[in-house]
Design a protein around this ligand. Structure first.
Ligand code: HEC
Ligand code: HEC
Length: 359
């Protein structure tokens, strides 16, 4: 059992003896100590076949922390003009992507320069963002709040707002035993929530659990995907964790001149020009448009890109083996590959009530 001192005792600006007396009475009342029990460990279930999640030792998942992170994810209190939350650009029905938009719109109506990721199984990834600049969820979450093109709220002001809110003060105390809220703990709470956003219940997963059979088209699509015929599996592996991303950087042959330089903008190494982290393909049918700049509106267009083999440049990945010659898939093979990509949709993930807004 720990104790939490409820309420702030502000004595600034009190000018009369009468007010001083009143505030003294109020403070005595508000400083009542309440007994609060230690947070409960959150029972995170890692589906069979997926890797162990590397959870930082100083941020174990708790029931209280996850609930608090979920509330913060959906609360516009974290944006400058209180109109935008994380969920404005990461919508559950779109597998936590900003479906339909090439570039998401921040609070000042300004466009960002990249397509918002779907947030799926990110707890398993060691690097985040298209250019991999964040080395973990806690670090990643510090970015969107003060970003002028996104939520545009300084962390200082976010702290002032949250510390002035009695329910947040209580919830942060319950989750972390702290009396003063700051960016570190906001990031910890949201990271806990994001680690629970696990998707592993698609038709593909059900097939692996022997709960159903894939259709002949889906099965053939899987064979194309997972062999040299389509050659998708090197970068979007279905095996070895079932994440459909290797969480590595590749230039998949989109361009020869690079407006967005990707990893190069972080490393400065010419070999990294136009390299981006491979995104997961889970729930891909819900997250159009596609690629870091949302250039492809449909999955058919994506398949056509790979079918043509991609564009050669000094940094085009050696795993794009068909540059210049193309895959030459038949219409039937393209349709089957598409059917397989649709078999990665997890309708329970996009409807799961535990992930939806608590407001
Ligand atoms: C204005 C729209 C917008 C808002 C609001 C926003 N994001 Fe994002 N988010 C993006 C964009 C765009 C990217 C990709 C940026 C990049 O890679 O450079 C992204 C990327 C991410 C990623 C990386 C996923 C991956 O696989 O690498 C995570 C996690 C994430 N956002 C979480 C959050 C959280 C948590 C919040 C709230 C604190 C938030 N976002 C608010 C637009 C937004
Ligand atoms: C050399 C590695 C590599 C190979 C091979 C590869 N991909 Fe990709 N894929 C990537 C990378 C990297 C991106 C992100 C590129 C970007 O946005 O600039 C990507 C993006 C995608 C996207 C868009 C995802 C999103 O969220 O926007 C789809 C869909 C996709 N790939 C499907 C496939 C299919 C199907 C195949 C096989 C025909 C394939 N990929 C082969 C590396 C690869």
């Amino acid at each position: 059992m720990r104790t939490f001192t409820q309420g702030l005792c502000m004595q600034k600006n009190i000018l009369t003896v009468f007010l001083l007396l009143l505030s003294w009475v109020a403070c005595r009342k508000e400083q009542a100590q309440v007994e609060i029990s230690a947070p409960l460990p959150y029972p995170l279930e890692i589906p069979k076949g997926m890797p162990q999640m590397q959870i930082p030792a100083d941020n174990p998942l708790t029931v209280e922390g996850v609930a608090l992170g979920r509330k913060l994810f959906y609360d516009p209190i974290l944006s400058g003009d209180r109109t935008q939350s994380c969920s404005s650009c990461h919508r559950q029905e779109a597998a936590f992507s900003d479906a339909g938009k090439r570039f998401s719109v921040g609070i000042k109506g300004l466009n960002g320069s990249r397509n918002a990721h779907a947030i799926i199984n990110t707890g398993f990834l060691s690097r985040l963002f298209w250019d991999g600049r964040a080395l973990g969820l806690e670090a990643q979450i510090l970015e969107p709040v003060p970003n002028p093109l996104e939520m545009n709220l300084s962390w200082k002001e976010a702290g002032v707002r949250l510390n002035a809110d009695e329910s947040y003060r209580k919830e942060f105390f319950q989750a972390f035993g702290i009396n003063t809220i700051d960016s570190t703990f906001v990031a910890k709470a949201i990271a806990q929530f994001l680690r629970t956003l696990i998707s592993a219940d698609s038709r593909f997963d059900k097939r692996l659990r022997n709960e159903l059979n894939l259709s002949a088209e889906e099965l053939n699509g899987y064979v194309i995907f997972n062999t040299e015929r389509g050659d998708c599996f090197h970068c979007h592996p279905a095996d070895g964790g079932r994440l459909f991303t290797d969480n590595r950087f590749h230039n998949n042959g989109l361009d020869s001149v690079f407006t967005d330089k990707g990893l190069f903008s972080i490393s400065g190494n010419p070999a990294d020009m136009g390299k981006f982290l491979t995104p997961t393909l889970r729930n891909i049918a819900f997250t159009a448009p596609y690629m870091h700049d949302g250039r492809f509106a449909t999955l058919e267009e994506v398949i056509e890109h790979y079918n043509r083999g991609g564009i050669a440049s000094p940094s085009t990945d050696p795993l794009m083996k068909n540059v210049g010659k193309g895959l030459n898939l038949t219409a039937k093979e393209k349709a089957d590959l598409l059917a397989f990509l649709h078999a990665l949709s997890d309708s329970n993930f996009v409807k799961n009530k535990n992930f939806s807004s608590p407001f």
